[in-house]
Ligand binder design. Structure first.
Ligand SMILES: NC(=O)C1=CN([C@@H]2O[C@H](COP(=O)(O)OP(=O)(O)OC[C@H]3O[C@@H](n4cnc5c(N)ncnc54)[C@H](O)[C@@H]3O)[C@@H](O)[C@H]2O)[C@@H](O)CC1
Ligand SMILES: Nc1ncnc2c1ncn2[C@@H]1O[C@H](COP(=O)(O)OP(=O)(O)O)[C@@H](O)[C@H]1O
Ligand SMILES: [K+]
Length: 504
């Protein structure tokens, strides 16, 4: 499933209309019908449904929905914020069809009191005020209606996007509808994955409206949401005659005297994720603790680290910030140029002023910062990163020729060529120390087993989140999931994914 900016969505619509020949009114009819079909199962006879309509094509969708509601058992009332005489194009076409079907239109500006009463009675509000075409803060008459909708006790369903939200995820301070549910047309817009905007969407359902895939290709969209089907299609399948050397020989350089856990989490997660052989390098002082818990690993002393015979390396979790550690990080990044190298946590800290090392590598490195680490790498604030993460991630990955795993609620993986994949799994149970270390281990193991680095990174992030979802869905709450729980719950999730592979 693609994820688009405002401009990309406009180009996709225009291509479909101009070159595929599906007219705007057809797409609008499809959109309205898809929304009606999504609403229908929950509609109750006699229910008060208020459709609030703006001047543009989002309002046009509203007219189609209102027309279909006319023939249902609900009581529909349709309120217009704009002047009907100013409605043009496809929206005017469907306004006419609505009126000709016996529908009535009220104008908010003509009957403010009636509108207030209507919202008080309403059980369901369909928000078709503003869609992807909004620019800047909603005009005063729209803002007033938005705040009335937000004060109402009715269920609010936004069409395409909660009205007022800038679709490309730009930061904003103006009012926007806070929906209980958003019925997104055709494909998700960037704003759905950007924190401030995302909070306004409620539950999201994406409704196809019949746009062919060719239109996405023509519009040059290279951004997707990872689905379970993508993961099942790309997980590595073991050759029955394979041996331990076939599944990667990795080295994990992690841990410090005061942070032994990080090395343990990454190592155990790598083992649970299928790595063939794992060597671990921790300071001698903590080796006995780690070795006692990880009998499956071999150990390399920090002073004699060599990459010979290895096929991949991960460096960073709990490493510490001393000067000599920085030298080690830079040496490893330079010497591992011909194999995958995951850089996380303190590894990123030490790389901050040496990012050019990344460009000299033959095999792109995989960096897995959270927003704070990304902000430090870029010399920006976390707020700046969060408000423009798609653009910043793309710029960084292209500039330094890396796979960037920008972690967060919707972890975003960006390839060196700018392709982007948004992860859809995971929950706030992962907002706890150690979760990132687990991901580093999964990343290392997957990079050494997948054919394509992008698939490896995306599948690792998907699995990490899916395990947290599985735990919270069955046995845990959002509070009590530990990094060790995530590691221990990898097997049942992988088991089910591999069960599905049987039929691929
Ligand atoms: N053929 C198409 O392009 C299709 C469009 N669709 C719908 O059309 C929407 C996009 O339509 P439009 O591009 O007409 O845009 P919108 O309906 O989102 O709104 C733009 C309209 O609002 C006005 N406007 C812009 N900024 C404003 C502001 N700050 N305050 C108040 N009014 C403002 C503009 O003058 C314009 O008339 C989508 O979100 C989707 O719901 C769907 O019907 C599918 C087909
Ligand atoms: N609210 C959340 N929803 C979904 N995933 C989350 C959330 N908070 C954190 N995560 C995930 O948990 C991991 C945390 O990584 P990180 O901050 O590096 O943790 P640590 O440094 O403690 O190991 C990331 O993969 C991140 O995407
Ligand atoms: K809307």
């Amino acid at each position: 499933m693609h994820v688009v900016s405002r401009e990309e969505m406009r180009n996709i619509d225009q291509y479909t209309i101009a070159h595929i020949g599906l007219g705007g009114p057809v797409l609008m009819e499809n959109a309205g019908r898809a929304v009606y079909a999504a609403l229908e199962p929950d509609l109750k006879a006699g229910e008060q449904v208020t459709v609030v309509i703006g001047k543009g094509n989002n309002g046009g969708d509203g007219f189609v929905i209102a027309r279909l509601l006319l023939d249902s058992e609900v009581c529909v009332s349709t309120w217009l914020v704009a002047d009907p005489g100013k409605i043009t194009g496809d929206a005017a076409y469907h306004m006419k069809a609505y009126l000709a079907s016996g529908g009535k239109i009220m104008q908010v500006k003509d009957d403010q009191e009636g509108f207030r009463r209507q919202l008080e009675q309403a059980e369901l509000i369909v928000d078709a005020l503003l869609g992807t075409g909004v620019h800047g803060a909603p005009y005063p008459e729209y803002s007033a209606v938005i705040s009335q909708i937000n004060q109402s006790k009715a269920q609010v369903v936004s069409i395409d996007i909660p009205s007022g939200i800038p679709a490309s995820g730009e930061s904003f301070t103006h009012p926007a509808v806070i929906a209980d549910r958003t019925l997104t047309l055709e494909c998700p817009k960037l704003a759905q994955f950007v924190e401030h905007a995302a909070r306004c969407f409620g539950t999201v359902h994406v409704l196809p409206i019949g746009i062919p895939r060719l239109a996405y290709r023509k519009a040059g969209v290279r951004r997707e949401v990872r689905t379970r089907a993508d993961v099942v299609r790309t997980l590595p399948v073991r050759d029955p005659f394979s041996h331990k050397g076939s599944h990667g020989k990795g080295l994990l350089i992690a841990g410090a005297a005061e942070m032994p856990g990080a090395a343990f989490f990454s190592a155990k997660a790598a083992l649970r994720s299928g790595i063939g052989l794992l060597k671990v390098s921790v300071p001698d002082s903590i080796k006995p603790i780690i070795a006692g818990r990880l009998p499956e690993t071999m150990f390399l002393s920090r002073d004699t680290i060599s990459l010979e015979g290895l096929t991949g390396v991960a460096i960073g979790p709990g490493l510490g910030r001393e000067h000599h550690v920085g030298l080690l990080v830079r040496r490893i990044v330079e010497e591992s140029g011909a194999m995958p190298c995951v850089i996380d946590a303190d590894g990123l800290f030490h790389l901050k002023n040496h990012l050019d090392l990344l460009r000299r590598r033959n095999v792109p490195a995989v960096l897995s910062p959270h927003s704070g680490e990304m902000a430090a790498l870029m010399g920006m604030s976390v707020k700046d990163i969060e408000s423009d993460r798609f653009t910043i991630a793309k710029m960084f990955a292209e500039k330094y020729h890396v796979y960037l795993v920008l972690k967060g609620k919707y972890t975003l993986v960006t390839a060196p060529d700018g392709r982007q994949v948004v992860n859809s799994t995971g929950n706030a149970a992962l907002a706890k120390g150690g979760s990132g270390d687990v991901l580093t281990g999964i990343l290392l193991a997957f990079l050494l087993q997948h054919k394509q680095m992008m698939d490896a990174a995306c599948n690792a992030v998907y699995l990490h989140g899916a395990v947290a979802d599985d735990l919270v869905g069955h046995t845990h709450s959002l509070l009590d999931v530990l990094a060790t729980d995530v590691i221990d719950a990898i097997p049942p999730v992988l088991h089910r994914l591999y069960g599905d592979i049987g039929s691929r």
